[in-house]
Write a protein that binds this ligand. Structure first.
Ligand SMILES: *Cc1c(COP(=O)(O)O)cnc(C)c1O
Length: 353
């Protein structure tokens, strides 16, 4: 049986959260002299002298409408990376607990585990980049707190089979974190609508990819109210700054524009995949549900370096497990994609000379 209270670190369970000035008084008033702000203003906009809403109420209410999720089920982090770190800090006891990742996958799960001194157990994906459920099962013990599943996965681009994720959710008594950073580019449905079904589910999404707002640093975690309450207790009080909250609210009014960009990026992804597939030394273009493609190509490292001399930067994944000879290519603008394809033509020309 899943029991959240057994997962929370003892020091977090007894933790009394920091109470900010705005926590202690959050109504309307004529004169605010309770937070040691600069009452005269700031060199920038007038209201930047005040601390931001520690609970990001307005953003959550608007996001709630866009996502069809109640605000109480939403946590906002300074990028998904903060959500990742907070999950470790809230649920994993340093030197004692462990977590499972399925490489090749997003690098921050491992870095965050190391920072927090949490043992990392690896159940590599199968050659088709799907979960190795049998291997995961052998790694789980009483100290396993989190299983990280990235879907669509970075750097492979594929979605993880829904039935396999459900198997993990149904059989694991720790938290299953599904990182859906690329979900907007996928055919697959998000797991956010399944929160009522699985008390051990945490879904991560971000404003950094489809929303085009990587610079704002805004990540989302969706989970049960009980899990969200734990994250709220542990987070720094003002983790989402005022400018980010304002700009996120504005962006949330432009869902249509974002959907148009997603459609365009998906079309260009398919077009670019076709072009690469027709190139002479390309062994494989992996099917992608994300805004990048993974290409297996002879002399990947050399091509990476050749493109660098032309001012084009790809991600060289050729030394990553199961990604040997692979380059990860973000879908660019129409113009950028053309520059890349032209440079690839130059590479093949110089190779044949
Ligand atoms: C890019 C990415 C993120 C985004 O992290 P932010 O901190 O929100 O920018 C999260 N997970 C994966 C798998 C990613 O590739």
């Amino acid at each position: 049986m899943f029991d959240l209270s057994k997962l929370i670190r003892p020091n977090i369970k007894t933790l009394k959260a920091y109470s900010s000035a705005r926590d202690e008084f959050s109504g309307e008033a004529k004169v605010f002299l309770d937070a040691n702000e600069n009452s005269l203003g700031s060199p920038l906009l007038k209201w930047y002298n005040r601390y931001p809403d520690p609970h990001q109420h307005a953003v959550k209410v608007t996001l709630s409408k866009v996502k069809g999720i109640k605000p109480e089920h939403i946590f906002l982090g300074n990028g998904s990376d903060e959500c990742i770190d907070l999950l470790f800090r809230s649920f994993c006891e340093p030197g004692i607990d462990n977590v499972i990742i399925c490489p090749p996958t997003y690098g921050m799960y491992e870095v965050s585990a190391n920072i927090n001194d949490i043992e990392l157990r690896r159940a590599p994906l199968l050659p088709d980049f799907q979960l190795n459920l049998a291997h995961i099962e052998t790694l789980v013990d009483a100290q396993t707190k989190l299983i990280w599943i990235c879907s669509p996965n970075n750097p492979t681009g594929n979605s993880i089979n829904r039935a396999d994720i459900e198997t993990v959710l149904n059989n694991f008594n720790g938290l299953v974190v599904i990182d859906e950073a690329y979900i907007n580019f996928a055919q697959q449905k998000s797991f956010v609508q399944e929160l009522g079904e699985y008390p051990n589910l945490v879904v991560l999404q971000t404003f950094s990819k489809a929303w085009g707002l990587a610079a704002l640093r805004l990540g989302m975690a969706f989970a049960s109210i009980a899990i969200i309450e734990v994250l709220n207790k542990v987070k720094p009080p003002y983790n989402i700054n005022q400018a980010t909250q304002e700009l996120a609210l504005k962006a949330l009014e432009e869902v249509g524009q974002v959907n148009d960009m997603i459609k365009l990026l998906v079309d260009m992804r398919e077009a670019l995949a076709d072009v690469f597939e027709s190139m002479p030394t390309v062994e494989k273009v992996y099917p992608s549900d994300a805004n990048f493609i993974l290409v297996k190509i002879k002399d990947a490292r050399k091509i990476y370096e050749f493109l660098l001399t032309k001012g084009i930067v790809l991600r060289d994944r050729s030394s990553v497990l199961l990604c040997e000879d692979c380059l990860r290519i973000t879908i660019g603008s129409e113009k950028e994609n053309t520059i890349l394809v032209d440079a690839m033509q130059d590479w093949f020309l110089q190779e044949t000379i």
